[in-house]
Design a protein around this ligand. Structure first.
Ligand SMILES: Cc1ncc(COP(=O)(O)O)c(C=O)c1O
Length: 387
């Protein structure tokens, strides 16, 4: 039977307690999720500014669909690049202070476009050990095209420098998450940039979890560190997290962006996002730019949670971002704690290997500007009672 091997792998996954299940939500993404008729406080989404359910953005999307239709009809380079896409690219470039930006249907596709396209045969790619799966896949694709790849220990600048110093590759790329998706910590971007300058490397930054949150006006992690929009930096940001909609962008120098447009296969060979998404994102960018109060509430909730859990036997990783991981250790214990919280109407996902290293299963508490002080107090009280 052709399916036998798959069935046996599935039962291995099940017996290791690693089967993943989806929950069906019966209401829009927001601070409260409705699942099977039960309302739970939602600490599981990446909707850090509470914009996913924002009615102004939804209205912009609806108006966009009426004006521009449901679909783009083709890839950007054929006939699918409509005026709202073009306008959004310009708005993103202006917002991020880079000369040019390109939009993608997802962050996964954006990452797949950047590293393999820039890293030709003989290039060397240096990647943080804890990078997101999409950056890892991009790195593997670069490898399959003849690039050499090396992974440095998480945020270890000295180890990275040794690798760069030993490399004779004509093209070098350093790739890193800006905010690590399962740890919440921020990469030492100034040090990475200094190394990129010293060793004449590209610096590819994935700001999925910093865009909208960090830096002045929520411009992201580069702004957080006051780093310049250097031509050697390519900044990727996703638009389905803080921006509340979907899609992604890559911003950079006019030459680098033109090169991606001409040669990035995951840009070229896919249908452009529906133009209504671009209309929604223009509204979302405006709300991010003006979102001082949203970011202030998010930061207050982060401080409240960290303060409230400081004496807990389980420890939060050091993170000043919306991602607050509580390390549990064993898979079963993490799942049991998540289940106990669920029974108290609190939704906090347990994250297990292979997403995180073995022995570091955790609860990934994700905070949002939509949460109230009482919401976070309820989570703190439940965790105190359960651990
Ligand atoms: C760091 C990071 N990069 C890229 C992605 C992929 O973005 P998207 O969901 O838009 O494909 C994600 C999450 O999904 C992420 O956490």
């Amino acid at each position: 039977m052709i399916e036998r091997r798959l069935a046996s792998e599935l039962s291995e996954i099940a017996s290791a307690g690693l089967t993943r299940r989806r929950r069906v939500l019966d209401a829009p993404c927001g601070r409260i999720a409705t699942v099977d008729g039960k309302n739970v406080l939602n600490f599981a989404s990446n909707d850090y500014l509470g914009l996913a359910g924002n009615t102004e953005i939804a209205q912009a999307m609806a108006n966009g669909a009426i004006q521009w239709g449901a679909g783009s009809g083709a890839s950007h380079l054929v006939s699918g690049h409509l005026a709202p896409h073009e306008a959004l690219e310009k708005e993103i470039a202006a917002f991020t202070d880079f000369p040019r930006a390109l939009t993608f249907s997802t962050g996964y596709l954006a990452n797949l476009a950047v590293t393999p396209t820039l890293a030709g045969r003989g290039a060397a790619v240096f990647a943080d050990k804890l990078n997101h799966a999409s950056l890892i896949d991009a790195m593997q694709l670069a490898k399959s095209q003849g690039a050499e790849v090396q992974r440095y220990p998480h945020n270890d600048i000295a180890a990275l420098e040794k690798m760069l110093a030993a490399s004779v590759a004509p093209t070098k790329l350093i790739i890193s998450d800006a905010v690590f998706s399962m740890d919440g910590d921020i990469a030492p971007l100034p040090a990475l940039f200094a190394l990129a300058e010293r060793y004449d490397a590209w610096l590819i930054i994935d700001d999925a979890h910093g865009f909208g949150i960090l830096g002045q006006h929520g411009k992201g992690s580069l702004a957080h560190f006051n780093l310049p929009a250097s031509p050697r930096i390519l900044l990727m940001g996703t638009l389905g997290k803080a921006a509340g909609v979907g899609g992604a962008f890559v911003a950079g120098s006019p030459t680098a962006i033109e090169y991606l447009l001409q040669k990035g296969r995951s840009y070229i060979f896919t249908t452009a996002q529906p133009p209504a998404i671009a209309c929604a994102l223009s509204k979302s960018l405006q709300l991010i730019r003006e979102g001082v109060a949203l970011r202030a509430s998010l930061m207050a909730r982060i401080a409240q949670l960290r303060d409230g859990l400081s004496l807990l036997p389980l420890k939060l990783l050091p993170s000043m971002t919306a991602i607050q991981p509580l390390i549990v250790g064993e898979n079963e214990a993490a799942v049991a704690l998540a289940q106990a919280l669920w029974e108290r109407d609190l939704w906090v996902p347990a994250i297990r290997p292979p997403t995180v290293p073995k022995g570091t299963a955790r609860l990934r508490i994700s905070l949002s500007a939509a949460h109230t002080e009482a919401d976070v107090a309820a989570l703190i009280a439940a965790l105190k009672a359960l651990t």
